[in-house]
Design a protein around this ligand. Structure first.
Ligand code: F6P
Length: 367
């Protein structure tokens, strides 16, 4: 593997689900690489798909002008196309093959000395494998609206998703109050309840159901009844897509085997709304916020974090610290081995002070 000081050309890709701030990272990588270190930069399109199929383009400073506030990723992304388990059709049959050697070939074709992978747990796990199994000089940047990577205080994208969810709760409040309804908002977060818990607190929800605290629906009814008893004829319930009843399972919308993320969650909000309406007789509606949480302009916080991560990733490359990922250890940007960064999801600890604060202000957490 090349030493950091010999690096002349770097590659960058965005993998997994998109998230606000990806463009801000790409911009920081390109500007830091070119302006501060006189490197050249190649962007691979559509995540690992571009690395496998050799779809790449040169990125100059001009290419990143104006992208700081833009959602999405100018490089495209996908949560399919794992080079170690690549789906293809052979003789009419769908099969999975290890095509990681193609990735190595394409890296060599482009003369790339280091590869920056901006991704969540799935993409960073592939990055770790490319580093450990194929000897590729990989550096990672932690992305996900779910904020569920254990090795960093915060992933970029989370703050924007949190603000989107909070704004949705604010809007639901006025219509819920006017119509005397129960509004159930289902938010993303996969197996972690960070978006639900924090948006629920910020938006003043009456009940918040998160995967870390299996709920009893009776507790939610009790909360709604206690509000009704004091004349509050509406309630707001925030449900994480991964929330599950006591002794029950998460609600799976679909299974998609070829994805990094084969279990697609969704539907729990609707179930909870129906149960509330059947039990209390109060009109209840469910709203799935879905991919709205992944779109739009990143918040100032995410733009700054993304910029720090992008610049930090290039600095790791220049120091030859391959197989590592930039991370936030408040207030500093530091780094951690990819091997420590992946595979362990950061859930909401149930003794977290945020959980206690939610209870103190009267929010029902379903237990
Ligand atoms: O990991 C980010 C995330 O938005 C999760 O919160 C959600 O469960 C999942 O991705 C949805 O993925 P997709 O875009 O494939 O439906």
């Amino acid at each position: 593997m090349i030493s950091g000081s010999k690096v002349r050309r770097i590659g960058v890709l965005t993998g997994g689900g998109d998230c606000p701030g990806l463009n801000a990272v790409i911009r920081a990588v390109v500007k830091t690489a070119i302006n501060s270190h006189r490197l050249s930069v190649v962007g691979f399109e559509n995540g690992f798909g571009g690395l496998i199929q050799n779809r790449a383009r040169e990125l100059t400073v001009n290419d990143v002008v104006g992208i700081l506030p833009r959602g999405g990723t100018i490089l495209g992304t996908t949560n399919r196309d794992n080079p170690f388990k690549y789906q293809m059709v052979i003789k009419g049959e769908q099969v999975f093959r290890d095509v990681s050697d193609r990735v190595v070939e394409n890296i060599n074709i482009h003369g790339i000395d280091a590869l920056i992978i901006i991704g969540g747990d799935g993409s960073l796990s592939i990055g770790k494998e490319l580093y450990e199994e194929k000897g590729l000089p990989v550096v990672g940047v932690p992305k996900t609206i779910d904020n569920d990577l254990s090795a960093t205080d915060q992933t970029f994208g989370f703050d924007t998703a949190l603000n989107t969810a909070t704004e949705a709760i604010d809007k639901l409040h006025t219509t819920a109050e006017s119509h005397h309804r129960v509004m159930v908002l289902e938010v993303m977060g996969r197996y972690a309840g960070w978006i639900a818990l924090q948006s629920g607190i910020a938006g003043g929800a009456d009940a918040i159901l998160i995967p870390e605290i299996p709920y009893s629906i009776e507790k939610v009814y009790e909360k709604i009844y206690s509000r009704r008893d004091v004349g509050k004829m509406f309630s707001i319930v925030v449900v994480a897509e991964g929330a599950k009843p006591l002794g029950g399972e998460m609600t799976v919308l679909r299974r998609v085997e070829e994805s990094f993320d084969p279990i697609r969650l969704g539907g729990i909000g609707n179930i909870v709304a129906r149960q509330i309406e059947d039990e209390t007789g109060m009109e209840s509606r469910s709203i799935v916020l879905g991919h709205l949480q992944r779109g739009g302009m990143p918040t100032a916080f995410d733009r700054i974090l993304a910029t720090r991560y992008g610049a930090g990733a290039v600095n790791l490359v220049m120091e030859g610290r391959f197989g590592e990922m930039v991370c936030l250890r408040t207030p500093n940007i530091e780094s951690v081995p990819l091997a420590e960064a992946v595979g362990e999801i950061r859930m909401v600890p149930i003794d977290n002070d945020m959980v206690h604060a939610a209870r103190h202000v009267g929010i029902c957490l379903g237990n």
